[in-house]
Design a protein around this ligand. Structure first.
Ligand code: HEC
Ligand code: HEC
Length: 213
């Protein structure tokens, strides 16, 4: 796993040219989004959300550290991201045999509360020995950070997710099974080996989420 060489500048040149445009668009979206959030979406209540998380813990853990390899770690992710994904599963714009069923049963308030609960968990990350932030995939760090911690309210953490999970999601964006204005375009250009290398970079970050009782 010699990630840094494979991800040298230039490999992703066409996608990188678009990145500046996306970032500008995102800043605009973020500004509009936060205005809407204040008007329409009262912040969730983490204490109420903890009760909802009782139905999530077999797969995601009560603190959001996943118990099964196909489920992602969600503890410490931005509340807006968690809410947005649960809305998407409920609406059917993102589908998964387990999550579509889970989300169908949640009210808006439960979604806001459980998002607030998981978002309130703290995360610690550590790069593997011998790696530095400079080795991180250049095309991803603006939004996902070198260590896989989200830099935007609507982007997920990738730190410590399994290779299988990251690989599955990037291929879902590439095939159109999952869609997103930015990730669809980024994934469209990625080859299987590149997906593997990117997934390994973030999977190799050690993620710690202190357990709660
Ligand atoms: C039976 C196992 C299971 C249960 C129970 C479950 N999940 Fe999931 N969850 C998954 C799997 C598997 C995925 C990955 C879906 C995919 O591949 O698209 C997922 C994905 C998610 C995501 C998307 C995360 C991301 O990084 O994109 C969120 C948010 C989420 N679950 C929240 C919840 C919440 C909140 C609950 C409880 C109300 C819950 N889940 C219950 C298995 C489960
Ligand atoms: C300009 C910002 C931006 C860049 C650059 C970017 N992403 Fe993303 N990424 C996002 C956003 C926003 C989402 C959430 C998509 C959604 O809502 O479905 C996301 C979602 C993902 C997911 C799904 C994770 C999950 O928990 O379900 C993966 C995997 C991912 N990105 C990997 C990458 C990789 C690898 C790169 C670099 C090649 C990259 N991204 C570059 C913004 C970005």
């Amino acid at each position: 796993m010699t990630g840094s060489r494979d991800l040298a500048p230039g490999r992703f040149a066409p996608a990188r040219r678009l990145l500046g445009t996306w970032l500008l668009a995102l800043v605009a979206l973020g500004a509009a989004g936060s205005g809407l959030a204040q008007a329409d979406e009262p912040a969730g209540d983490p204490a109420e959300g903890r009760k909802v998380a009782g139905t999530c813990r077999t797969c995601h853990g009560l603190e959001g550290y996943a118990k099964i390899p196909i489920a992602p770690h969600i503890g410490g992710e931005p509340a807006a991201y968690i809410e947005h994904q649960l809305d998407a599963f409920r609406a059917g714009t993102r589908t998964h045999e387990m999550m579509s069923v889970v989300a169908a049963g949640l009210s808006d308030k439960q979604i806001a509360d459980v998002a607030a609960w998981y978002a309130s968990q703290s995360t610690q990350v550590a790069l593997p020995a011998g790696k530095s932030e400079d080795d991180a995939p250049e095309l991803c760090v603006a939004c996902h950070g070198a260590e896989g911690l989200s830099q935007l309210p609507d982007a997920p953490n990738l730190a410590g997710e399994t290779v299988m999970y990251i690989d599955t999601q990037l291929k879902a964006f590439r095939s159109g099974k999952r869609t997103h204005e930015i990730m669809t375009e980024i994934a469209a250009d990625l080859k299987d080996e590149e997906i593997r290398t990117l997934a390994e970079w973030y999977a190799n970050v050690k993620l710690t989420i202190p357990p709660v009782r």
